[in-house]
Design a protein around this ligand. Structure first.
Ligand code: NAP
Length: 295
């Protein structure tokens, strides 16, 4: 079997088109323009490129975008004051503080200070708790993108054996939580593996849907999966540079080997990546609707 490719680029394009229409209608019917503030502290090139992409996408969709760049030497007090200002700004419905912050800053204190109603990343403990009890206002962006990739590719999630490799707070734990909820597009049996798992292959070989977020190239190889599995590769690993100096990216799954056994698989790049930014836009629109009493 050679896998069909689940294109995150294409599915993200469809969702962005839907969002664009929704944003036009919100403006026309309710004079409501969703607003997103993106905060970048320091000059980390990867963070600059992520924030740049978020700003560009929000502008393309008609979202009011405020990009705030602060120097590396920004103090905790200055950053907290900025978050406070954005919490109070009615034009801003979503606040995104790009991580990681420079080492001298307390990330947890900053993330906890964001008003949960504007926490479009879904990282605030209030939103993590709401997800856990099945009453989320926002789903965190990467896991929500993964769920949408599965739903929009027609993958049967209900009743499926889902195995997640990785238990981070931003991918592994929330995707496990989302897919085990008793609701459409979920209701799966979920197993989560990590570095303490005794025999990872034992679990991955049982998976109907395998979601890999380990941050290790080739963490999953063809001998670790069953025929017909659907594979979502979340990993983004920089393994070198092209002659032109562009980063060479690979996922966590040995794509060439696994695609011969899988029924469907996401590529890297072009799989989960484009979905993450798109779901941030979706959360910003939702935040605006919640603030206006429209959701
Ligand atoms: P993370 O915080 O480093 O967590 C990695 C998790 O994988 C940990 O729970 C770790 O176990 C587990 N793990 C590592 N190696 C393993 C192995 N060989 N077998 C089993 N489990 C293993 O990473 P993350 O933030 O979740 O990100 C994971 C990957 O996804 C990274 O490559 C990241 O760049 C990528 N990512 C992509 C997007 C996107 O939008 N495309 C978004 C977020 C992340 P322990 O807990 O035991 O250490």
């Amino acid at each position: 079997m050679t896998a069909s490719i689940i294109s995150g680029t294409e599915i993200a394009r469809q969702i962005r088109e839907e969002l664009k229409q929704e944003i036009i209608e919100l403006k026309a019917k309710h004079n409501l323009v969703p607003g997103l503030a993106t905060v970048l502290v320091g000059e980390d090139p990867a963070s600059q490129s992520y924030v740049g992409a978020k700003e560009k996408t929000s502008i393309e969709l008609g979202i009011y975008s405020e990009r705030i760049d602060r120097p590396e030497k920004t103090t905790q007090e200055e950053l907290m004051a900025l978050v406070d200002r954005l919490n109070k700004d009615p034009k801003i419905h979503g606040i995104l503080v790009q991580l990681p912050l420079p080492k001298h800053l307390d990330e947890t204190e900053v993330l906890y200070a964001i008003n949960p109603k504007k926490d479009v990343d879904g990282f605030h403990p209030v939103n993590v708790g709401k997800l856990m009890i099945g009453e989320p206002d926002y789903l965190p962006c990467t896991p929500h993108g993964i769920q949408q990739l599965l739903i929009r590719s027609g993958v049967q999630i209900e009743g499926a054996e889902v195995v997640v490799v990785g238990r981070s707070n931003i991918v592994g734990k929330p995707i496990a939580n989302i897919l085990l909820q008793k609701r459409p597009g979920a209701n799966a049996t979920v197993t989560v593996c990590h570095t303490g798992t005794r025999d990872i292959s034992f679990h991955t070989k049982r998976a109907d849907i395998l979601i890999v977020a380990a941050g290790r190239p080739k963490a999953v190889t063809a001998d670790m999966v069953k025929e017909g599995v659907v594979v979502i590769d979340v990993g983004v690993n920089r393994v070198g540079k092209t002659a032109e100096g562009k980063a060479i990216l690979v996922g966590d799954v040995d794509f060439e080997g696994v695609k011969e056994k899988a029924s469907a698989i996401t590529p890297v790049p072009g799989g989960v990546g484009p979905m993450t930014i798109t779901m941030l836009m979706l959360n910003t629109v939702r935040a605006a609707k919640l603030a206006a009493g429209l959701a």
